[in-house]
Write a protein that binds this ligand. Structure first.
Ligand SMILES: *Cc1c(COP(=O)(O)O)cnc(C)c1O
Length: 478
């Protein structure tokens, strides 16, 4: 399997890459994102084989089968071992790893948040940690991951990379602005290769530092700076697996269809659903659920993709979906417009830069987003989240987090009789306890391993939002 950039010109085949070439990379050199040259097609026999792999050998074996379709530069035995090491009952708490919980006859929740940091990002990041360690050892290289977080991504990255050979993590976060639970999760890690840097400023200041360091090519090369952001193809690929596991649990035969509703921000999670559907997994609808930051809902309703400035990006009670532009969205648009790299470059490079938007509303391709690719969308507000959390708790006795509540609210607007709807549970309620207390008047349950973490010793340095000082810290500690 070869990979191409979403801005690649079809005439140029020389710049195609292998999986391991793009594993440690972010954007392609032309500014695009990597995608496989084609999506492997699963016929009836192949799908039947995967169902039986899932039923008899479980998640890690299913992951190995699916990853093997996209990775041909890691020996099969090694890839299998990496999957087995990653997806264990010890880490995820159940033998199914991603069990379905039925809410009612129409809707089930798929639990993706039982990993180390209680959000779905662990599903991919845990694999990435093992893949990075493996690949760096093979090449005899080291990597310094430098990132910015307002919560979920940074903690998932740290828990995935802690103790891994050849990798260090330098994670900036806005001082005092994460929830006490999130701070405790990250700052209580005592591993020598994990460096928490609290920046005097807001999240945007942290992101600016990352940009400044990435733009200093000399420093970047000298200190082997890398990232683990959501555009990484390996992360997206790892997420494809749980769509299969959800489908096999919700259906008895491969003639049946299901729909998924996905709480969305950067379009990474639902893009993995798109890939699964393109491979032939019988998915009817892929429903994109946003909060008040409705860039994606607006696109699927109107065809206009209009990124927001930071002043128009709302701080909401589902903060992991507070985005102003959806960094993975370019991947889907590439498929939607017939994989025309030149046109994609015009949309995402020229038009977006010049006008902050592009409009496919009158492009015949836009009609296919729903008809051919199954996409639908909806949005919710803080009041909707509170009402949905209350309703799901009263009717079903299940506590859901604010992001999952966005999903359930929108899923209920897109039900088709006879087609099971699976809502992806992207975090556990304990991560966003304040809003749960507001909705239900009680604290959410806390998994045993997190009891008392706020009182643990903390390992964090405080620095001003100053590029030179942050660079000096990285240099000293790598
Ligand atoms: C990251 C995140 C999302 C959004 O996922 P995308 O892949 O960015 O669309 C939703 N919910 C939670 C809890 C998250 O951490």
């Amino acid at each position: 399997m070869n990979y191409l950039s979403t801005r690649a010109l079809s005439t140029n085949k020389a710049d195609r890459k292998k999986f391991c070439d793009i594993l440690l990379e972010g954007l392609a050199p032309d500014g695009g994102l990597y995608l496989p040259e084609h999506y492997p097609q699963l016929d009836e026999a192949a799908l039947a084989r995967l169902r039986s792999t899932w039923a008899s050998q479980g998640y890690a074996a299913l992951a190995f089968e699916i990853l093997s379709l996209y990775i041909d530069d890691i020996p099969a035995a090694d890839l299998k071992a990496l999957c087995e090491k990653t997806y264990t009952e010890a880490v995820y708490g159940t033998p199914q790893i991603v069990p379905l919980k039925k809410l009612d006859d129409a809707i089930s929740l798929q639990a993706l948040s039982n990993g180390p940091t209680l959000a779905f990002k662990d599903m991919a990041m845990q694999l990435l940690g093992n893949l990075f360690e493996y690949q760096l050892a093979r090449k005899g290289e080291e990597l310094n991951i430098f990132g910015a977080t307002s919560g979920d991504t940074g903690s998932a990255a740290e828990y995935a990379m802690r103790g891994k050979k050849g990798v260090r993590v330098f994670m900036t976060s806005p001082a005092g602005r994460m929830s006490p639970f999130q701070q405790a999760q990250m700052f209580s890690l005592m591993d020598e290769n994990i460096h928490n840097i609290a920046i005097e400023g807001v999240f945007d200041d942290c992101q600016d530092l990352v940009k400044a360091v990435s733009n200093d090519l000399e420093f970047k090369a000298r200190y082997k700076i890398g990232t683990v952001n959501s555009i990484n193809w390996a992360r997206l690929l790892a997420q494809v697996v749980y769509y299969f596991a959800g489908y096999f649990q919700a259906t008895a035969a491969n003639s049946q269809q299901v729909s998924f509703t996905v709480p969305s921000g950067n379009f990474g999670n639902v893009c993995a659903g798109h890939v699964a559907r393109m491979m032939g997994l019988p998915i009817d609808k892929l429903v994109v659920a946003t909060n008040e930051n409705d860039v994606l809902d607006e696109f699927f309703r109107t065809g206009a993709y209009r990124v927001r400035g930071s002043a128009d990006t709302h701080e909401t009670s589902s903060p992991s979906m507070d985005i102003s532009k959806a960094s993975n969205f370019e991947r889907f648009v590439f498929d939607l417009i017939g994989r025309d790299g030149a046109k994609n470059k015009d949309l995402f490079d020229t038009q977006l830069k010049a006008q902050g938007m592009f409009d496919l509303g009158h492009d015949p391709a836009f009609a296919q987003a729903a008809a051919r690719y199954g996409f639908a969308s909806g949005r919710s507000t803080h009041a909707d989240r509170l009402a949905t959390i209350q309703d799901v708790y009263r009717k079903h006795g299940v506590m859901i987090d604010t992001h999952t509540a966005d999903g359930v609210k929108v899923a209920r607007e897109h039900l088709t009789p006879g087609v099971p709807m699976i809502v992806l549970e992207t975090a556990l309620p304990i991560k966003f306890a304040g809003t749960i207390v507001e909705a239900l008047g009680m604290e959410p349950d806390r998994p045993a391993k997190f009891i008392g973490i706020e009182a643990l010793p903390k390992r964090v340095v405080n620095l001003p939002a100053d590029v030179a000082q942050v660079k000096a810290y990285i240099a000293q500690h790598s």
